[in-house]
Design a protein around this ligand. Structure first.
Ligand code: ADP
Length: 177
């Protein structure tokens, strides 16, 4: 019993975050250069409430977080109202938009809809601390990093599921009383 209790206290952010080892990788948006079409397919193919924005897929350096609904609305608006924004237009979350190659459609600047400082914890943060932060800050999601690289995401629902699992396993756990 004791070792079980010890285990539950030592659950770390990496044990609760998604994706799991067997899951497809985290769905992220690159801060510059993705096309409207690419982002639209990402939205169509997933149902996540939001997407981390990274410097590049290789670096996995976190830039911010964008809510799905804000992306949907902004792209819809731009397609309807913004002169010349089409499927091939590039989307930028950067402060400055580089000059576009000649004959390319106008870019879509979306820095304004991005949360520039999404809450993050490292993969080794104890889950009791993460739960506490969620409660105190009223978070909906939190990103997980390792050495500054984006590794995963924990949503409020992930935490609730985790808490339910822990409660089943260890009813006396002080974490979830
Ligand atoms: P909820 O957890 O409330 O259902 P989401 O629909 O955003 O919220 O997330 C569903 C699941 O997918 C959660 O387990 C979450 O950790 C994970 N998830 C959320 N966003 C992403 C993403 N961009 N890429 C991969 N997995 C994600």
């Amino acid at each position: 019993l004791e070792s079980k209790e010890e285990f539950s206290h030592k659950t770390l952010a990496m044990d609760v975050m998604r994706p799991r080892r067997s899951d497809p990788p985290l769905s992220v948006i690159t801060q510059d250069g993705m096309s409207v079409e690419e982002v639209e397919s990402l939205i169509a193919e997933t149902s996540y409430s939001g997407f981390p924005v990274v410097v590049s897929p290789e670096s996995q350096r976190l830039v911010g977080f964008v809510q799905r609904r804000d992306l949907v609305i902004s792209i819809e608006n731009a397609r309807q109202r913004q002169e010349g924004v089409v499927s091939a237009s590039r989307i930028f979350f950067t402060e400055y938009t580089p000059p576009q190659p000649p004959n390319s459609p106008p870019p879509l600047k979306l820095r304004g809809i991005m949360d520039l400082s999404p809450f993050t914890v490292t993969d080794h943060t104890a889950m009791d601390i993460v739960v506490d932060i969620f409660r105190k800050l009223g978070l909906r999601q939190c990103l997980v990093t390792h050495n500054g690289r984006l590794l995963g995401i924990i949503t409020k629902k992930d935490i609730l599921k985790h808490m339910a699992q822990m409660a089943n396993r260890d009813p006396d756990s002080i974490l979830f009383n």
